[in-house]
Design a protein around this ligand. Structure first.
Ligand SMILES: [Ca+2]
Length: 465
């Protein structure tokens, strides 16, 4: 992911925000992930940063249209009803070092306050309903403590709803990574082999959804079977075939961990193998992955009470250890009862890339279905809509239409009572929009009408598959 692309995405969002008429009674929290001068080895290839120059433009916009205040003051003035102009608070959801070295010095220079970590206890129950919780760029911010606020999020989900630092939030992601890594240690896969898997998956399932467009609209309906649909090596391993243990590795990745006959975490949906989706997170020719990195410190310093600084994630016992992960009480937000949020008039839009390997998209699907089961599907649609994005990686990129403005639909919903029947999305390559598609409220998918360009959203409609 080139820095130019990140910059374009940031500026795209800004251009959309500029179209909004900002009401004087709005209080908004803008969440940033990390701000970088230029890509570093850490961020290069990742997609979650705001380049500094784009950040500077975003801050200028906020200062122009909002009074940027500390979170406490935002809450106090909202409570007191003394806010006479739009208020904004700026938050950073991760403890990246670049907050100190890049973002904070600039904000201090402007005398603009900011908060690292979201002050959930302060917000909870504090703010009237007519506010938006917004985001600039993607962020894994959770809503367990934020259900008073109308919100739009990328890649939020049941298990990770509540945590603020990505490393801390992913208890079950780490659980998932462990058996994957164990399987990979036994029978590693090369990135060349992953490309082969991607080819086989899309050959099997792209057209099966009714349209050969390079996307799988719902990976759960793909019947890809590694043992049946991949070439098996007659002899030793090579990049053009798979040994039986490697097939087992793939099955472990797609199946997710289970213990005692109980599924502990969903498996990775098919379709993310392409476009580098597994790189960094699951498979890497040069050794470690992000999953390993996060798992190491998470299990040592966050998962258990007290900390176990010598804990080796390879030793995680799926039968005994899940019950010991005490941080789940704080971080996991699996309660599907959103009636208080609904009663207050809150609205929530979440969207998820079907090819997200950072945060398993099934968390979003399972949580949404749990809310539907609890509150009723029709009632749920009145205040909470989930948009699954075929082929998109973590919040952007991949094969899909990864440029999305979910804020404008949220504002229209909150202020105009216009529930989003679809959200327009675009695919951008080398700075050009090469495809547009509607994103559809789950469980609907975008279905081709049968004529016209498959790259034009006007030729698609949202339907139940
Ligand atoms: Ca397709």
């Amino acid at each position: 992911m080139a820095i130019a692309s990140l910059r374009q995405d940031a500026r795209f969002l800004l251009s959309r925000f500029r179209r909004l008429k900002i009401r004087s009674d709005v209080a908004a929290i803008f969440l940033f992930h990390t701000v970088e001068w230029e890509p570093t080895p850490w961020t290069h290839g990742h997609r979650y940063i705001t380049p500094f120059d784009a950040f500077r433009e975003q801050i200028a916009f906020l200062r122009e249209h909002f009074e940027v205040v500390p979170t406490m003051e935002l809450v106090r003035r909202q409570r007191a009803g003394t806010a006479d102009r739009p208020l904004a608070a700026i938050h950073f959801d991760n403890g990246f070092a670049t907050y100190d070295t890049v973002a904070l010095p600039y904000l201090k220079q402007l005398n603009v306050p900011s908060t690292v970590f979201l002050i959930h206890d302060v917000l909870y129950g504090a703010v009237p309903t007519r506010n938006q919780l917004a985001f600039l760029l993607n962020t894994g911010t959770r809503t367990k403590f934020l259900r008073d606020l109308s919100a739009t999020f990328c890649s939020t989900d049941a298990a990770t709803f509540s945590g603020m630092t990505i490393a801390g939030a992913l208890a079950w992601l780490k659980s998932r990574m462990t058996p994957q890594r164990e399987a990979l240690a036994r029978a590693p896969l090369s990135e060349a082999q992953v490309a082969l898997v991607a080819e086989a998956v899309y050959t099997r399932c792209d057209a099966a959804d009714g349209l050969a467009d390079g996307l799988i609209d719902d990976p759960r309906r793909c019947d890809f079977d590694p043992a049946a649909h991949l070439p098996i090596c007659a002899g030793s391993a090579s990049d053009s075939c798979f040994t039986r243990p490697q097939i087992e590795t793939l099955v472990a990745i797609y199946s997710g961990p289970a213990a005692g006959g109980k599924q502990l975490f969903p498996g990775q949906p098919v379709g993310a193998e392409a476009a580098g989706g597994w790189s960094n997170w699951i498979v890497s020719d040069d050794g470690g992955t992000m999953g390993t990195l996060y798992a190491t410190s998470f299990f040592r310093y966050m998962a258990f009470t007290p900390d176990e600084p010598d804990f080796d994630w390879r030793e995680f016992d799926f039968a005994a250890d899940p019950a010991r992960v005490t941080i789940r009480e704080t971080l996991d937000a699996t309660d599907p009862d959103l009636s208080a949020f609904h009663d207050r008039g809150g609205k929530m839009i979440t969207y998820f890339g079907w090819a997200d390997t950072a945060l398993n998209p099934m968390m979003g699907v399972e949580y949404y279905e749990a809310v539907q089961a609890k509150m009723g599907a029709t009632t749920t649609l009145d205040f909470y809509r989930l948009f699954m994005v075929p082929g998109m990686l973590h919040c952007r990129g991949g094969l899909g239409t990864g440029r999305i403005d979910a804020l404008t639909p949220l504002v229209n919903w909150v202020e105009g009572n216009l529930a989003p029947a679809m959200i327009p999305a675009e695919r951008v390559e080398a700075g050009e929009v090469t495809r547009s598609r509607p994103l559809c409220p789950y469980p609907k998918v975008a279905r081709y009408g049968g004529s016209g360009s498959v790259d034009d959203s006007g030729n698609f409609a949202c339907t139940i598959p």
